[in-house]
Design a protein around this ligand. Sequence first.
Ligand code: RFL
Ligand code: PHB
Length: 389
Amino acid sequence: MKTQVAIIGAGPAGLLLAHLLKAEGVDCIVLERQTGPYILSRIRAGVLEQVTVGLMERLGLDARMKAEGLPHDGFNLADGERLIRIDIKALTGKQVMVYGQTELTRDLMEAAEPRGLEIIYEAADVALHHIESDAPFVTYTKNGAEHRVDARFIIGCDGFHGPSRQTIPASVGRTFERVYPFGWLGILADVPPCNHELIYANHDRGFALASQRSNVRSRYYIDVPVTERVEDWSDERIWDELSIRLGPEAAAHITRGASIEKSIAPLRSFVFEPMRHGSLLLCGDAAHIVPPTGAKGLNLAASDVHYASEALLAFFKSNDGDAIAGYSEKALARVWKAERFSWSLTKLMHRFPDDGVFERRIQLAELDYIASSDAAQRVIAENYVGLPV
Ligand code: RFL
Ligand code: PHB
């Protein structure tokens, strides 16, 4: 097979990019290891920045998001006692959209066939070849047969564990990493949210987040040591812990219900540089990971795709390779700012095993400062809604 752009991975990064290219008449093929239903069974992000909403609008795939998504004007930080509201609308003029990654991915997947976008699911043994040349290719197997896709560019949208990043020689790449000593235990339940906006809480007993997918579906998280097993956390135990950590105001409004999903996600900050090597560009989790505290992971994937699509369209439509050459530097400038924000919010809102009473007082002082300072709230709001692309 021959195409202009071979995209590896049908997560949000790969699907968004494929649709953007296809809409402009650039040929592409998406190779995905899993099945569609498997991808849609993964419960992940829930908060979309304007950059992500804007891409769906541009594709004309925003109808369900506009009908079912919940635009939010603010969110809350909590210190175990009170709620500190960050009025993002008043401070930045912008909103965020509460709409699950699962739903966004479903909208992109369902539009693929009608728009003539080819996604090859269950592609095994995907391998990248000759990425340093102008004629790279990808091989994979499906139903026992080996296949080859020749392309002008390969885009690695294959997440943290995919093969794309690993194809870049170690002598060229550099990684920056921080692994956190806790994970987030998440619970999804068909109950109304305890608050109309999100609450990120730092209680003496640890972190908690009250989030939502709709007015009848809630998503909550607590932090737990990475050694913890999800089997040891009954629904009741999680609800009890949430009721303590989120503070009395939120606890009074928690509706308990049976979990429909429960899992522990490890927390990590990770950046790989460069994000382009020869004819291979990396987008999304393939190049970087943030802890979920700032709701940045999916949105960073979208901003990478924004830069990559601009660069690829300039190349194919105007024969201009400058944006491809500058892709890594441009994307990384935004990535590092999101890494900084996610890391700082993680530090502010979690108890670290080595922290003592001094660090606890510093956290409480910072939360008290944020509660009283318009300037501090503006800094948080500006980062939370997403920096400009
Ligand atoms: P994805 O979504 O991981 O998609 C990568 C796709 O590549 C496929 N793949 C391969 N395909 C072919 N051959 C191979 N060898 C392949 N290896 C992998 C995979 O099957 C997959 O379909 O990456 P993408 O598109 O870059 O999107 C990034 C986002 O998914 C990610 O940043 C966020 O979900 C991160 N994240 C969260 N972000 C937020 O903003 N808010 C959150 O609340 C939030 N919660 C989460 C998360 C990530 C989690 N992970 C990684 C387990 C919760 C979890 C549990
Ligand atoms: C979620 O709803 O899953 C969610 C929301 C905000 C975050 C992280 C996760 O910061």
